[in-house]
Design a protein around this ligand. Structure first.
Ligand code: GDP
Ligand code: MG
Length: 177
């Protein structure tokens, strides 16, 4: 943190990881710009977006990184993880394989991080309840075992998107303030 105009300012790097097409880019665009794209291809070029919130009168900025499609080639670079203090690990509740990949993403996160990272397991696309392939209980259980927060979200209808990001940001803040 640094002093600016009498108040303190915080900047936290948060990464979003998970298999291709689970909705990472749309979670970010929903949170940062309140936008959803039904036909989003791998977002090329967008590295991160910054979103501010106020906690205890302090200006807290989250710099949230998107893989920009790198994960399709299993080549999310160490630069992506460098300095991250928060992570959203995302799967798609309608595709079981994406849930089974979570362990691998957690390993990768652990390998690349040198500090404590506030981690949230996110079961996205909860609007697709009729196509559900992973139960809420399974998500919760995995999160508990691994010591993560857990939330089901929908970038499509906005369910829990803000809440998920803000829980991570508040947890990081609580650990540094
Ligand atoms: P990424 O590869 O993880 O960044 O995934 P994208 O954000 O590009 O989303 C992949 C596809 O899933 C796109 O067609 C999105 O429109 C769709 N999608 C993303 N989030 C949701 C959601 O919450 N619900 C539904 N039904 N579709 C979603
Ligand atoms: Mg993407």
């Amino acid at each position: 943190s640094s002093d600016e105009e009498g108040g303190e300012e915080y900047l936290f790097k948060i990464v979003i990881i998970g298999d291709s097409a689970v909705g990472k880019s749309n979670l970010l665009s929903r949170y940062a710009r309140n936008e959803f794209n039904a036909h989003s291809k791998a977002t090329i070029g967008v590295e991160f977006q910054t979103q501010s919130m106020e906690i205890e009168g302090k200006d807290v900025k989250a710099q949230i990184w998107d893989t920009a499609g790198q994960e399709r080639f299993r080549a999310v670079t160490s630069a992506y993880y460098r300095g991250a203090v928060g992570a959203l690990v995302v799967y798609d509740i309608s595709r079981r394989s994406t849930f089974e990949s979570v362990a691998r993403w957690l390993d990768e996160l652990k390998t690349h991080s040198d500090t404590t990272v506030a981690r949230m397991l996110v079961g996205n696309k909860c609007d697709l309840d009729n196509m559900r392939a992973v139960s809420v209980e399974e998500g919760k259980a995995l999160a508990e075992t691994q010591g993560l927060f857990f939330m089901e979200t929908s970038a499509l209808d906005s369910t829990n998107v803000k809440t998920a990001f803000e829980m991570v940001i508040r947890d990081i803040y609580a650990n540094v303030s």
